[in-house]
Design a protein around this ligand. Structure first.
Ligand code: UD1
Length: 356
């Protein structure tokens, strides 16, 4: 069997690495081809993750880079098509909801190649999010849908997708976390960055709805105010860094740093007092690690992190950041256990399904 994996962005590497590992190990006689679209290309957004996750060097680098949605998607399709024509894989595997995912699913289906979608069935019901269209298209075209939470089943059934295509396998992002747990527990990244473990709020913000307009300045002002009460550690995504030009964030206790590698970042989550984010994956990692998470969005495509996890939706409202110390004070008792099948074995279940 020939399987071709298409990855392009930081979270794609985390979600796909364990699947590549499991299928290579369980099906060594097969051909396993890794295509990196190049949607993320900075060393700290790409190579560092592949190295830490133990992903072999990609067989193809499409180097599509940044651009408008149409340009990035079209470039990926144009450059992937000849690769699929040469390789003729039996299956194209795509993760998550980024533009690379949409482009790869569309290219493969037009060439009559079956598609498998990792992290299928998530919906925010917010079509202003670029990822929502990407998820819907990938799920519509995928023959194999790999799910990690019960809401995904409901969402897919509502869209008329047959149960036979769905496989509840669990969360491959948590597989990656579990695989590196001993390394990140020993990393001590907070102390190295000059903040005391257990005291700080870790921040990540990169969604266009928040960072591409006036809300970014208000958010940074709120973070500066929060930093007077507890240290704030903010590794800044390149998109956000670009938009922050002109925003003057100098404030005691507010630490802005470059994006970090995967092990360092997990170490920072594990040692945080709380996390403030607009990321999807971080809502899941905090739920698994039992760290309070505050999501600066109006919705989440991952409601399981609200009902069975540590996540609180603050709304798309920078003013809500001021509520964090009070909300933390209200939390009592131990965090809930992780959702079912978030156990480090999801990729093995994907391999079971495909190899059967
Ligand atoms: C993309 C995904 C988003 C995902 C995020 C994870 C889409 C539509 N968005 O958002 O779903 O949550 O990745 O990080 O696919 N840039 C660099 N270096 C890089 C990559 C990006 O400087 O290595 C800068 C460029 O200025 C670029 C901007 O970041 O224009 C945005 O990058 P892009 O990949 O278009 O979207 P993300 O915001 O990273």
């Amino acid at each position: 069997m020939r399987i071709l994996y298409v990855v392009g962005t930081r979270p794609n590497f985390v979600k796909t690495a364990p699947v590549i590992g499991a299928l290579r190990e369980r099906h060594p006689e097969g051909r396993h081809v890794i295509v990196h679209t190049g949607q993320h290309y900075d060393r700290l957004m790409s190579e560092v993750f592949l190295e830490e996750l133990g992903v072999p060097a990609p067989d193809y680098m499409l180097e599509v880079g940044s651009g408008s949605h149409a340009a990035q998607t079209a470039r990926t399709m144009e450059r992937l098509e000849p690769v699929l024509a040469d390789e003729r894989p039996d299956l194209v595997m795509v993760p998550g909801d980024v533009n690379s995912t949409l482009a790869a699913a569309l290219t493969a289906v037009k060439m009559g190649i079956p598609v498998a979608h990792i992290e299928s069935g998530l919906r925010s019901f917010d079509m202003t999010m670029p990822e929502e269209a990407n998820r819907i298209v990938a799920d519509r075209f995928a023959e194999w849908l790999f799910l990690h939470s019960p809401e995904a089943v409901t969402n897919l059934r509502h869209e008329g997708i047959a149960d036979e295509r769905m496989h509840m396998v669990g969360n491959t992002m948590i597989d990656s976390l579990v695989a590196l747990e001993s390394r990140f527990r020993a990393a001590g990244s907070a102390a190295r960055l000059g903040v005391e473990p257990g005291t700080y709020v870790l921040v990540t913000l990169h969604r266009p709805a928040l960072v591409d307009g006036p809300l970014l300045g208000e958010t940074v002002a709120q973070l500066a105010a929060l930093a007077q009460e507890m240290p704030v550690l903010f590794p800044v995504h390149p998109r956000t860094r670009k938009m922050m030009e002109g925003v003057e964030p100098g404030a005691p206790g507010l630490h802005l740093v470059d994006p970090l590698g995967y092990v360092d970042f997990l170490s920072l989550i594990a040692e945080a007092r709380a996390v403030l984010t607009d990321s999807g994956g971080i809502q899941e990692e905090t739920t698994y690690l039992g760290i309070p998470c505050f999501t600066l969005r109006d919705n989440t495509e991952r409601p399981v992190t609200l009902t069975s996890g540590t996540n609180t939706l603050l709304g798309l409202d920078p003013g809500a950041i001021a509520r964090i110390p009070g909300l933390l004070g209200e939390r009592t008792g131990p965090p809930p256990p992780p959702p079912p099948l978030w156990d480090g074995q999801a990729a093995q279940r994907i391999a079971d399904a495909i190899l059967a």
